[in-house]
Design a protein around this ligand. Sequence first.
Ligand code: HEC
Length: 174
Amino acid sequence: MSNTQQNEEHDSIIKTPKQLITIIVLALVVPIIVIIMLVNLVAAGNAPVAGSDSLGPEATAKRIAPVARLEVVDASGPKVFKTGDQVYKAVCAGCHQAGVAGAHKFGDTQAWSVPIKTGLDAMVASVVKGKNAMPAKGGNPSLDDFEITRAVVYMTNSAGTNFPEPVAPASAAK
Ligand code: HEC
């Protein structure tokens, strides 16, 4: 008895014309709604998805920007040279500011006049190689010769010379 009843229910989900019409209408309307939703989705294009506007191209560009900038400086970009002023303060001032260990004191025109007579190239060579109490490159081997030259120009120009700002190596940014 219960078996028969179950089979009958399975065989005839649609029992009345009204149910048939409902099923047919749903079968037509549901795909149309789905299509409309898909069209809206595509038409929305790159507009931020609800609740995740951080995926927009601008937001993405902003988010990756610091990393990208870091890579440019680090890997493929030209070396950014320190200015004479920066090199002096970071490396040379330790001795030359106060005139330690026989170093020519910054701004002491008379003391500087002696090495200045030898010329810029000779002074730069002394710093690159080191001289007596002055270690090679003032003790900072990572300095480029161009940075040394800038520092020497900065120091001697404060003691009477008028050297022009040295020209950067061809491959450099500035
Ligand atoms: C550890 C201390 C010390 C530091 C750091 C130092 N110097 Fe000197 N510097 C000296 C001394 C000492 C002399 C004098 C050397 C001598 O003639 O006996 C000197 C001499 C010089 C001279 C004259 C060289 C010559 O031909 O007679 C120049 C130019 C110079 N220094 C530039 C620099 C620059 C540029 C830096 C930084 C990159 C620097 N120094 C860092 C101690 C120092």
